[in-house]
Write a protein that binds this ligand. Structure first.
Ligand SMILES: *Cc1c(COP(=O)(O)O)cnc(C)c1O
Length: 464
């Protein structure tokens, strides 16, 4: 499988090449040059497979023979052995045709473990094979950082630097990052907000001359294709349990950077009968305004109870727009260059096409708390605020009560106990493997909100 850039300015790349980078050099995102389609005979034959076996089936066409089958199997099996539920991604029934897919049983209690456990091991395999070292550099508003550190800390071929906004992540999130020990692991608390962290990382990727020769930066946020790929699998897992491909299934996805729901869109393109895909946003509702009103424009950032979805622009949406624009890279580049400067619109026909694929809703903090409380009252299940946004949006958008609706539950409630308490419920306990989180020693460096301060730090500490 080859990968091309959404901006059209790069030669096709291999899976290994896109794994070991971030954005394409032309500023675009990598997408498969063409999508395979699993047949109606093949998908049912996956019924009853273990989670790792299903992973291997779904990802096979995207990796081809670039990673030998036995090495890939070992990577995948080890990754999902880190999850503390035998089903890996258990499906819970909340009411008739109303389900929740629990994606928080990994080591850091958020769905990002599904991809980052595999990404860390894949990187290790490829880098050892190539006798190569890389520097992972990422910015986090919370969950990506801990999942990336947890996935990559064992790798002897990487140094990993994660920037978080100083005093602006929850204490559980911070401690999950700063208590990871390893002489290749560095946490930087930047004296700025998440956008500042992200813009430092973006600038560093664009000019990597501060790094020694032969070293390159690798991205661990969801612009990295390998992350998207691994997230396609749980859509198949849930749908197969609900009778797909004979029966259709709908999904509601708490959405920030559009990585998770883009994986759902790909699952549909790969042949899974998905009826509705609900884009569930909090008050940062750029996608909801676009899907609902054909207006694509940025606003100010809102800090909400679901901080992992507090974004201005969803980077992976570009991958979907590329398809919507019939893969016309020039048209897409033009569209993206105007974003932030003016309010953008698409033709009625394209808008209709987008709405055939996606429904959307925006859920504010008050409704989020109300949903946490009502789901607990009705089912005894405690849900985190991101999941609550998803469930509320699912109920608002559901167009066909006869089709099962699955909301992706993206984080464990104990990660966001503030919101749970605001909903009038008792703070949940951390699972046993994190019970001593508040006793462990923290390691992090506070750095000024300044590009050179960060690049100097990386240069001095990396082992090259
Ligand atoms: C990252 C994250 C999201 C948003 O996922 P995207 O792929 O960025 O849309 C939602 N919920 C939680 C808990 C997250 O950590």
């Amino acid at each position: 499988m080859k990968y091309i850039s959404t901006r059209g300015g790069c030669s096709p790349q291999s899976f290994e090449q896109v794994l070991l980078t971030g954005l394409a050099p032309d500023g675009g995102l990598y997408v498969p040059a063409e999508l395979p389609r699993f047949s109606e005979q093949e998908i049912p034959s996956w019924q009853g497979l273990s989670y790792p076996d299903l992973v291997l089936k779904v990802i096979a066409p995207f990796i081809g023979d670039e990673v030998p089958a036995d090495a890939l199997r070992k990577i995948v099996e080890e990754s999902y052995a880190e999850f503390d539920h035998p089903d890996v991604a258990p499906l819970t029934k909340l009411a008739e045709n109303d389900y929740m897919l629990e994606l928080y049983h990994g080591p850091t209690l958020a769905f990002k473990d599904f991809a980052l456990q595999v990404l860390g091991r894949l990187l290790d395999y490829v880098l050892i094979k190539n006798d190569q070292r890389v520097v992972i550099l990422g910015a986090t508003s919370g969950d990506t950082g801990s999942a990336a550190l947890e996935g990559c800390r064992h790798s002897e071929q990487v140094d990993i630097f994660i920037l978080h906004p100083h005093q602006r992540v929850s204490e559980v999130q911070r401690r999950q990052m700063t208590t990871v020990v390893g002489d290749n692991v560095f946490n930087l608390a930047v004296e700025g907000n998440f956008d500042d962290c992200q813009s430092i990382v973006k600038t560093a990727f664009a000019d990597q001359s501060f790094l020694p020769d032969q070293t390159q930066l690798v991205a661990v946020n969801s612009i990295n294709w390998a992350r998207i790929l691994m997230q396609i699998v749980y859509y198949f897992s849930a749908a197969l349990k609900l009778g797909a491909p004979e029966k259709a299934v709908s999904f509601s996805v708490p959405t920030g950077n559009f990585g998770d729901i883009y994986a759902g869109y790909l699952a549909k393109r790969l042949g899974l009968p998905i009826k509705q895909l609900v884009v569930a946003t909090n008050s940062n509702d750029i996608l909801h305004r676009f899907i609902n009103g054909n207006e694509y424009s940025t606003t100010d950032l809102h800090h909400t109870f679901s901080p992992s979805m507090d974004i201005l622009v969803s980077s992976n949406f570009e991958r979907y727009l590329f398809d919507l624009f019939d893969r016309d890279a020039e048209k897409l580049s033009d569209f993206m260059s105007k974003l932030g400067k003016e309010s953008l619109h698409i033709s009625d026909e394209k808008w209709r096409q987008m709405r055939e694929c996606f429904a959307s809703a925006s859920v504010d903090d008050a409704l989020t708390c109300e949903t946490i409380a009502s789901v607990f009252a009705d089912t005894g299940k405690l849900i985190d605020p991101h999941t609550a946004v998803g469930i509320r949006a699912a109920r608002d958008c559901n167009a066909d009560a006869s089709v099962p609706m699955v909301t992706l539950s993206t984080a464990h409630p104990a990660k966001f106990s503030d919101a749970i308490m605001k909903a009038g419920l008792d703070a949940p306990e951390l699972p046993p493997h994190l019970a001593d989180l508040f006793e462990k020693e923290e390691h992090y460096s506070i750095v000024p909100n300044d590009l050179t301060a960060v690049t100097d730090f990386v240069k001095e500490r990396s082992h090259n």
